[in-house]
Design a protein. Structure first.
Length: 1208
């Protein structure tokens, strides 16, 4: 069941139990101010709750923070206290908790109707800083005043610019604002004018409320800055543009800004906004290290501004923007604000600056909309350039789960354990009544949709009658009932009309999509595709505005939604199946295509002559009208090409003293059947020009339309039964599991596992593969990344197999509850990796907060009422949290891939499991807590999966107990992080050690030479420890160098080359340095995952050359190694061996590795035979060894044992 309050909260309420924003209020005019939270139409008095002893957590139990006239004392307690208060309040207000629900006396005192209270400033504002973080706003303002050639000053892209505002003029909504007076910009040679501002403006902003501050002189780390933000408010930074323009140079805003800044009375916590987190815009150039975030996030809060002139009934929307457009994030603003040692204090507010978007209607102030008064803005009943007395400005915002629409509908219907997606709105109203301002409240309304699938067994909630204070009972008179029924019927008819109009619009759009000119335009023009996508999304958004409180309305809405989703899938299919001009393609069973000319080019024209002689060839030409071709391999069958479903005619003909059975149809069709002639098979093909001409004319009827029918049917099945159905992968490359032999990785050479080869790894990191595979439209990015990695000779990719939290891309949405669609995305990544003959290192949880991490596990325990410690390090020690993680491990390892049916624990495409990414335990720097956790979790993993390798995921820092190695650390700080390379890696069930290397971040003050010296010592030390102490392979699972932090690209290349050279030398000497994985590689179009160490390799030729060179020289180690081949020749098997070698050479796949393996096998076999052996059989006789599928399978080299070294 979803979290629900015993208080009757309407579906469109601003304040459901999922929100619970904090504020300060007076229940009576004579009462003292006190903290409260909003729930439905009531305010919960936290002072009464505290007095009743209901805050019984370890932090708040003895605290008087709720007896204060503001929230500052609560803010100063820090994030653990905020979490504790939120968890306590949600539990207290839930429908299943009797403490408040059944205590009538306490309810009467603690629950105050919202319309009876006076709302006050929630905080005592200490300092107020307003940033300038919207690139679009900065560009527009700069263009207006400095010209387009100098629109944005050069420093803007390197630091978040801000000015220090006036805290005393920060006021709560409802406070009168007096039109300010000051000096205006002079005209010509006239002196500046003085008087009331003529260009009064609003600014659409939000502000972060600082919680726990920092000490003077101690900056806040950008990756920890979110812990210092209590929540967000909406803000209007009133501006007098004419005054501001005159005083702005040289020191910035003053009187044009300080006369008034209005904030909303309710603060919405970051925990409440967490479901709406999204990626921030890409920053170019990359910020300096102190501003470089591992994961850069904004919040998807859509914002609108309406203006309602005095005396006019209706308002007009003038702006539609979004919080996610901010270039500089809230955490970067805090990091920059404190980098000089400035101390923030509880209650400080940090404004974002005007939030403008890229579109003409997304500008966040009248200065931009009117272009400094040059344009007139048309309103209903009036026009405006700037605000006038009596204007009402309404700023509205709303949060929604922004998902691919197909997933959107399924998620609304299928919500695991009642945790439905929340859709939220936040409202901001500004009333200018010479000039009055009132800002409303955040609204995060949650809607819940039960699944219509009959297989789900959902319990109905038990109704609980609770008498709330001053609640008016509804009138049950018959007349009132009739009026209510009539109104309900009217509303239902209105909603059905809306749905019907959307359905009609979908009809028209479907007709447009089916037109050939539309298909051609979509394939050739990205803008046309975008336009069609936006049209479909607009229809879905119209449906989204239809409330689903009536079952009939809900069902009608669902049917039309499914239809639109189906149209989107067809649009995607059209887009992904581009056809080059002037070419005709024939579809294959698995979606591959072959060009007709390519098919003919691959057919040998003289095979029939070599087998049947001229007589056969002449007979075919004269009597049958086609050429005969010997078909040693049916390419269409073995490589999944399409076989035309023809009906055959048969005829027996005497040729060359043999009776041959021909199967064919007519002179205009391709004959697929084979001709039996002794031990040789012959396929026959007609005159190629005739075949080509008639097949191109006929292919649509025979292939395209049935294919589209299959696609449509499959799409329908997928949308309706995707949880029950999967589409299997019919074939995968054969792979073996990787193991270890002392300090080396090894892989079995045969099915019996009796012979092994050592392997050395050249790989990379792309942590984003699973998340990017959630949507079908973005899977091509994942496929390209894996394909390009394989082309560079890379063989192992490290990626995340975790995403914990509440968003649409979360894999684990609560302990033991999983999003099947995201799980299928991980299935896809594993299948694609294996298709490219790559192996994956899958990391299972993050030490950092990105993608949930250990913090999310602790948060889940807190929300469940578990008494955990105040730090996230309880992840490593608390039994409940450890059980959560074990359940996750079990779910991952026992997962059966929906595409292949293979369990993860049995899939050789997985190189290894990684327990945690970069574990640190700061609360226990001597490492026993982390060490015990590694021992316990490693044993648990091995109890479920003993086929795969396991590593910890540590960075490689030496702990305080290995004093002799401490000088290798990048600094003294590294020994106090709670991890220890030697101890952590020495655990019995840990198969290999992991190391990370980031000299640019760890030694920021060093020059290139110092960084290279450190890196050499760092890598050499760990390889030596792996060889002599651990006696395990050492894999550098992350290393990188920032192109921006180094003076020249050559510096970056030298650092990367240092790692590659050390690994290569280790491989040559057969030492423990078993490989390295660069952090991290991207493809075009995934910029949201970029950090300062990310790159698109082929955009940097020198780095691309380094990577491919490492792949090549590691491969060459195999050929520089003496390969011994022991052959037992018995009873004339030599000829057979030579024949097998020839077949291996002919049919090897055209990759570098297999090509050379084929050559090696051929040369070895010929050398083993000696000069007296019989000549090998012709390659054409390979047809004798055809298997049941029609593919040629070479015989194995019998009794041959290879001892070799290669790279995977």
């Amino acid at each position: 069941m979803a979290l629900k309050s015993f208080i009757d909260v309407l579906p469109n309420s601003h304040f459901p139990i999922q929100n619970l924003p904090f504020g300060v209020f007076k229940p009576e005019p004579s009462s003292a101010p006190r903290p409260g939270v909003a729930i439905g139409d009531y305010v919960l008095d936290l002072s009464e709750i505290a007095s009743a002893g209901l805050f019984d957590g370890p932090i708040l139990k003895n605290s008087d923070c709720f007896q204060q006239p503001n929230l500052n004392k609560l803010l100063a307690l820090g994030r653990p206290a905020w979490k504790e208060s939120r968890i306590t309040l949600q539990k207290l207000l839930s429908s299943t908790e009797p403490k408040l629900r059944d205590n009538a006396n306490l309810r009467q005192k603690a629950l105050v109707p919202m319309n009876k209270v006076e709302l006050l400033l929630p905080i005592a504002v200490g300092d107020y800083t307003d940033f300038f973080s919207s690139m679009h706003h900065a560009k527009n303002c700069g263009t207006m005043f400095r010209g387009p050639e100098n629109a944005i000053p050069p420093n803007w892209f390197h630091l978040p610019i801000a000015y220090h505002g006036r805290a005393s003029s920060v006021v709560i909504s409802g406070t009168d604002i007096i039109r300010p007076r000051g000096q205006g910009y002079p005209s010509g040679t006239s002196p500046p004018y003085f008087g009331p501002t003529l260009k009064l403006d609003y600014e659409l902003e939000m502000a972060a409320v600082v919680g726990s501050g920092n000490e003077l002189g101690k900056p806040v780390n950008v990756n920890e800055a979110a812990d210092h933000i209590f929540g967000l408010v909406l803000m209007n930074d009133w501006s007098a543009r004419d005054i501001q323009a005159w005083e702005y140079v040289p020191l910035g805003p003053f009187l044009g800004k300080s006369f008034g800044t209005t904030i909303s009375p309710w603060i919405v916590s970051l925990e409440a906004l967490e479901p709406f987190a999204c990626a921030a815009p890409k920053q170019d150039p990359l910020p300096l290290p102190y501003l470089a975030e591992k994961v850069s996030r904004n919040y998807d809060i859509q914002l609108e501004v309406e203006i309602k002139p005095a005396g006019v009934e209706d308002s007009t929307v003038v702006t539609k923007s979004n919080f996610k457009h901010l270039y500089w994030t809230l955490t970067q603003q805090i990091a920059h604000h404190t980098i000089n040692g400035c101390n923030l204090r509880p209650g400080d507010i940090l404004g974002t600056g005007t939030i403008s978007g890229p579109e003409p209607d997304s500008l966040g102030c009248l200065l931009e909309l009117s272009w400094n008064g040059q344009k007139t803005i048309s309103l209903k009943g009036a026009t405006r350039k700037f605000l006038e007395d009596g204007d009402e400005v309404i700023i509205t915002g709303f949060c929604k789960f922004i998902m691919h629409y197909a997933l959107r509908i399924e998620m609304e219907m299928n919500t695991p354990l009642g945790l439905a997606p929340a859709r939220g709105r936040l409202f901001l109203h500004c009333l200018d009544d010479a000039i009055k301002c009132w800002i409303g409240f955040f609204k995060m309304a949650s809607f819940y949709h039960l699944s219509v699938l009959s297989s789900l067994d959902l319990e109905a909630p038990i109704p609980i009658t609770v008498h709330l204070p001053q609640q008016t009972q509804p009138n049950s008179a018959p007349a009132a009932t009739k009026i209510q029924s009539a109104y309900r019927a009217h509303r239902i008819r209105t909603l059905h009309r809306t749905i019907s109009s959307v359905d009609s619009a979908a009809d028209e759009l479907q007709r447009v999509i089916q037109r050939q000119d539309t298909v051609d335009a979509i394939r050739s023009d990205e803008r046309e595709k975008l336009r069609m996508n936006e049209a479909l999304m607009a229809l879905l958004l119209r449906l989204d505005s239809v409330p689903g409180w009536d079952p009939a309305v809900r069902e009608a809405r669902r049917k039309v939604s499914r239809r639109i989703v189906g149209m989107q899938e067809i649009l995607d299919a059209i887009t992904e199946s581009k056809v080059e001009d002037g070419q005709s393609y024939f579809w294959g069973y698995d979606g591959f295509t072959r060009n007709w000319d390519e098919i003919l080019a691959e057919m040998e024209e003289d095979v029939c002559k070599s087998t049947g002689g001229d007589e056969l060839e002449r007979f075919c030409a004269e009597h049958l009208g086609f050429r005969c071709l010997q078909s040693t391999t049916t390419y269409w069958t073995t490589d999944h090409e399409f076989l035309l479903p023809l009906k055959w005619k048969e005829k027996d003909l005497p040729i060359c003293n043999n009776v041959i059975h021909f199967s064919f149809m007519s002179k205009s069709q391709l004959v697929n059947s084979h001709v039996s002639w002794g031990t040789t098979e012959i396929g026959c093909i007609l005159n190629e020009e005739e075949v080509k001409e008639e097949m191109e004319a006929d292919w649509r009827d025979r292939i395209l339309f049935p294919f589209l029918g299959i696609i449509s049917f499959t799409t329908l099945l997928y949308l309706n039964f995707s949880d029950q159905l999967s589409f299997p992968v019919l074939w995968q490359p054969k792979m073996a599991f990787v193991g270890t032999n002392s300090t080396h990785f090894v892989v079995a050479e045969d099915d019996h596992g009796g012979n092994y080869s050592e392997i050395y790894v050249n790989g990379w990191n792309s942590y984003w593969l699973m998340e990017k595979s959630i949507w079908v439209s973005s899977r091509s990015k994942v496929s390209k990344m894996l394909r390009m990695g394989a082309q560079m000779g890379l063989t192992v990719c490290r990626t995340w197999a975790f995403s914990d939290g509440y968003g649409s891309s979360a894999l684990q949405t609560s302990p033991g509850v999983f999003n099947e669609r995201v799980f299928r995305a991980l299935d896809y990544v594993i299948v694609e990796a294996r298709k490219n003959k790559l192996r994956l290192i899958l990391s299972l949880v993050n030490n950092l907060n990105a993608f949930g991490g250990k913090t999310q596990y602790v948060r889940w325990a807190e929300e469940a009422g578990v008494n955990v410690s105040q730090t996230d390090d309880s992840f490593f020690s608390h039994p409940t949290v450890k059980d959560y993680y074990k359940a996750y491990i079990k779910a991952i390892l026992t997962r059966k891939n929906s595409l292949t049916g293979v369990k993860y624990s049995e899939d050789p495409a997985i190189f290894a499991w990684e327990l945690i990414n970069e574990p640190r335990c700061l609360s226990n720097s001597s490492a026993p807590v982390l060490q015990a956790w590694i021992t316990e979790m490693a044993a648990y993993v091995k109890s479920l999966d003993d086929k795969h390798l396991l590593t910890v995921g540590i960075e490689g820092f030496y702990g305080p107990k290995t004093t002799e190695r401490s000088k290798v650390n990048p600094g003294e700080w590294a020994a106090s992080l709670g991890s220890d390379f030697i101890q952590n890696s020495a655990v019995d069930n840990i198969d290999f050690a992991s190391v990370h290397a980031y000299p640019d971040s760890w030694i920021q003050k060093g020059d290139s030479e110092a960084k290279m010296n450190f890196l050499s010592r760092w890598v050499d030390s760990h390889i030596s420890d792996g060889e002599h102490v651990l006696k395990k392979p050492v894999l550098i699972t992350e290393f990188g160098s920032s192109l921006r932090m180094n003076k020249t690209p050559e510096d970056t290349n030298l650092l990367l080359k240092t790692v590659y050279d050390r690994v290569y030398e280790s491989a040559k000497k057969r030492e423990a340095g078993a490989g390295a994985l660069i952090w991290q590689l991207l493809v075009e179009g995934v910029d949201e995952y970029a950090d300062q160490f990310s790159l698109v390799a082929w955009d940097h030729p020198s780095i691309y050359k380094l990577i491919t060179r490492q792949s090549c020289r590691l491969r060459r180690i195999f050929f520089n190694t003496k390969v011994t081949l022991e052959i037992h020749i018995r009873n004339g098997e030599v000829t057979h061996l030579r024949h097998a070698a020839a077949l291996a050479f002919r049919h090897a796949f055209l990759t570098i590795r297999e090509f050379w393996i084929a050559i090696s096998a051929t040369v070895t076999a010929l050398n083993a035979v000696g000069p007296g052996a019989a000549p090998p059989q012709a390659l054409g006789h390979a047809a004798e060894h055809r298997n049941t599928r029609g593919a040629t399978t070479p015989h194995l080299l019998k009794n041959a044992v290879f001892a070799s070294t290669t790279i995977i």
